[in-house]
Structure formats: structure tokens, C-alpha cells
Design a protein around this ligand. Sequence first.
Ligand SMILES: Cc1cc2nc3c(=O)[nH]c(=O)nc-3n(C[C@H](O)[C@H](O)[C@H](O)COP(=O)(O)O)c2cc1C
Length: 240
Amino acid sequence: MHRYNEPSRGRVTDEMYYSTEKNDHGLPYNPYKSIVVPRPIGWITTLDRHGNVNLAPFSQFNNLGYDPPYVMFSASHKVGAVTRKDTVSNIIETGEFVCNMATYDLRDAVARSAEISDPDVNELEALGLTPAEPQFVKPPRVAESPVHLECKFYTTLILPGYAATNTTHVVVGQVVGVHIDDGAFTPDGKIDVARLRPLARMGYQDYASIDEVFEIAPQGKNAAELIAGMGGEAKGKRTE
Ligand SMILES: Cc1cc2nc3c(=O)[nH]c(=O)nc-3n(C[C@H](O)[C@H](O)[C@H](O)COP(=O)(O)O)c2cc1C
């Protein structure tokens, strides 16, 4: 515990801090993964070069940009090895993946899909999930999931770890197609997030899901500009 003077409030308070290199937090559990929360989960289908299906969840996952949108996820190595996870190898080798929305209703299948690491096992079949036809890429969509992003591999970024076995691969893909279930909308045409309950990861064995949504409307003289940016209205690429 460290005591410090909090100048803005003029009071002495307590905090703990630690160095990530030493990892000397002294707590019973590492707190880090419950700090950047909640993390959306990309539930990612890929094919290996022989056409075998792979499905695995990645919570170091997010959207980048919107015209076109890109997504990124980051993967550690296979446990105790310097080998890339199958999802990363498949994407680098075949150039395509699908991000299926992980929801509260699918939470058990999402968690179980992480436990199967044998590249020869088709997680969709093993978990009783249904493959749905993609439109722009080859890996199947998970039919039980209400939203799918079809992606083409764009780049990887390799982040060095403190140990050789802790290298992180950040994979970026361009979203080329979006599928949304007809039943996933509110009557006024917005995605009904509170009803779909997207699943999110925190630290420890903890998860969360979104079941409440509220609006904060932009105000002031640049409100229209902010509303356009927040809405993410894209021009798309026109060929005519
Ligand atoms: C909800 C959830 C989120 C996960 N997020 C990540 C992640 O962000 N990065 C990672 O390397 N592993 C993550 N994992 C572990 C991988 O899903 C697991 O290692 C999986 O077996 C990888 O499969 P693959 O080798 O077929 O790619 C997560 C597991 C769960 C249950």
C-alpha cells in the first residue's frame, strides 16, 4: 500500500501500484484483466489450409474505423509454447475470418470453444452449433449468433513479451460484409443491444453482458458533426 497526497482534493489517500515487469502487485489474483473492461468478445471462425473449421473466442477484440471498418484481436501463444494459436495461423495462411457476436445465450458454447485446442476438431460440430453460409469469405458463420462480420486479413503486429513465450500477435482484418438477424432490431431500426445481450470478458473468470443501454445526446454548436461521427455513417466505395 502506498500513501500519497491527492493535490486536487487536498486529502491523503491510499493506493497500491505495481510494475508490470516485476508483476509485484502482491494481490491474490492479477488485477490487470479486470481494468480495461468490459472487453467485447470476437468469436472467430477460420479455416485451415486443408479446409478444417476452427472456432475460438478472443476478448482482446475491438473495432477500428468505419469506412471501411476494420477489427483487431490479439492472441497470445499456445500455452507454454512459442507456437501461434491456430486462429492466427489460419488467418495468415488463408486470409479470411468471420467474427460472430458472442451473446449471453451463447455463453456456454463461447467458453467451451476455447477449451478445444486440437486443430483437427471442428468446434462447431463438437459443440452442436450450426454452420451458416458466408457471402464474401469461406469460413462459416455460426448460425446461432445474431450478428456476423466477414473479414479479409489486413496485417499483423507482433508485440514483444517480457518472456519469449509471451509474444502477442495483433491481427487486423477489414470487414467486407455484415450480417444482422432480422429479429435483432428495435421497432425503429436500431440493433437491440439490450435484448441481444452481447457477452463481454473481464478478468478472473468473470464475464458481463450488456442489458441496459442509455443515450447521451451531443449538445452545442458542433452537435450535428458529433452525431454524424458517433453514428458512423459511411460513404462506402462508389465505382459508378
Ligand atoms: C471468453 C474468452 C476470451 C478469450 N480471449 C482471448 C484473447 O483475447 N487472446 C488469447 O490469446 N486467448 C483468448 N482466449 C483463449 C483462446 O480462446 C484459447 O486459447 C483457444 O483455444 C484458442 O484457439 P485456437 O488455438 O484454435 O486459435 C479466450 C478464452 C475465452 C473463454
